[in-house]
Write a protein that binds this ligand. Structure first.
Ligand code: FCB
Length: 406
């Protein structure tokens, strides 16, 4: 049995596009149709059903909730800001506050307004100015009710999937664009960080806590060799730490949001930089249980990742951690085993302030569609009926007591 700190944040996370439904002005919407992927459609209808979803959160003893604002609703056409959409999010935040749930708000979670994509999206230098204008509009309105902000969700995943591998819109597959997007995301965060702090000063409210949600993997060598050791060190730096280093250096990191799911197995057969950075293990001698999408389940990795964050000397919030599975017992085991590792890290001096399971409910898992079931709550996509899973009930006990039976 282990006991978590008293003021720990317990909850779950979602993102607008994945749960709200009918985000017709976002770049993913036409893209899904163009490439013939499963359409996000009505998704979970969370845009309309958020009150009942927040009642469920409350009944599950969560005291925090991470959600994102859909830029394409706020600014459906360039320079035209929707008061109606803004009011919706004001109401959403108020609905959380009235239930004593701490809102943690992401400003950019993978999707962009179609008009922005048409200009080149994050590869175009103008994106920073547009992003700041949108942030200004939202933060001024929500500021008094929100303390925790994530400017950008998983910059490394976004830039690699959308601009390098070409798996997500705009499917660019360009090294030059990837580099530009990388720089713009970092600059976008830093400027948004400064802007948010400035707005709070102007509004005379206590300083906010601003970060990104950083995707981090446990980077593990498949077999001992010098090449592998070098590759692990390079990838640790490039995939996990490089952006955080820059943000810390530029004083734009009040805490660190960590998204952790799995491990990345390294096995390198040549000294070529491409191999050092990308070659993965083909014959895995240490197979682990996998989630529905084939990702290794590796709780110790979260401990490792957290210890690596000690040097930044800022609080940490696990902004996402979860499993897609059709076996809900596996979900509970995943949560229990990862929380055990979080607790270990806390005991070793990592200042972890909260844990947000991904996801509150089953949702639209990007290019994989609706098949992967990540939710604490089951969603029937025909009726949009919610059913609380057993794992959610077990997690609710931990949220209530701060005590985990390991
Ligand atoms: C993360 C994303 C989140 C969700 C999970 C499974 O990379 O931030 O939206 O798709 O993976």
């Amino acid at each position: 049995m282990v006991q978590f700190p008293k003021d720990f944040y317990w909850g779950a996370a979602t993102s607008s596009y994945q749960v709200e439904g009918n985000n017709v002005n976002a770049d993913w919407w036409p893209w899904e149709k163009k490439v013939g992927r499963e359409n996000s459609g009505a998704a979970c209808r969370h845009y309309e059903l958020y009150q009942q979803d927040f009642d469920l959160i409350k009944s599950l003893n969560h005291n925090a909730h991470r959600l994102s604002i859909e830029w394409s609703r706020i600014e459906p056409k360039e320079g035209e800001f929707s008061q109606e959409a803004l009011q919706h999010y004001i109401d959403v935040i108020a609905a959380l506050r009235s239930r004593n749930i701490e809102p943690m708000v992401t400003l950019h979670h993978f999707t962009n307004p179609i008009w922005l994509s048409a200009k080149g999206g994050w590869a175009d230098q103008g994106c920073i100015k547009y992003f700041l204008r949108y942030c200004d509009f939202v933060v001024r309105a929500l500021g008094p009710q929100v303390h925790f902000w994530f400017t950008i969700n998983e910059p490394t995943i976004y830039l690699s999937h959308a601009f390098l591998w070409g798996m997500w819109p705009p499917q660019a597959r360009s090294f030059l664009k990837t580099k530009a997007v990388h720089d713009h995301l970092i600059e976008g965060h830093i400027e948004a960080y400064r802007l948010i702090h400035k707005i709070y000063k102007e509004l005379n409210i206590a300083a906010p806590a601003v970060s990104i949600a950083q995707h981090m993997q446990a980077i593990v060598s498949c077999a001992p060799s010098l090449k592998n050791r070098l590759a692990v060190a390079l990838r640790e730096q490039w995939y996990n730490l490089e952006i955080l280093d820059q943000l810390k250096k530029r004083k734009a990191l009040d805490f660190i949001g960590v998204n952790y799911y799995s491990r990345h197995l390294v096995d390198v057969h040549s000294w070529w930089i491409g191999n050092l950075l990308m070659e993965t293990c083909q014959v895995n001698n240490h197979p682990l249980k996998k989630n529905f999408l084939g990702w290794d389940i590796y709780p110790e990795g979260l401990h490792h990742v957290l210890l690596n964050l000690k040097k930044y000397n800022v609080p940490v919030i696990i902004a996402e951690n979860g499993i897609c599975t059709i076996d809900d017992h596996e979900r509970w085991e995943y949560i229990r085993d990862h929380l055990t590792q979080v607790h270990r890290a806390i005991e070793q001096g990592v200042n972890v302030k909260g844990y947000l399971y991904w996801s509150l409910m089953d949702n639209f898992e990007w290019a994989y569609g609706f098949a992967p079931r990540f939710g604490l709550i089951d969603v029937n996509y025909n009726t949009h009926q919610r059913t609380v899973r057993d794992s959610a009930k077990k997690y609710a006990q931990v949220c209530k007591t701060g005590i985990l039976e390991t």
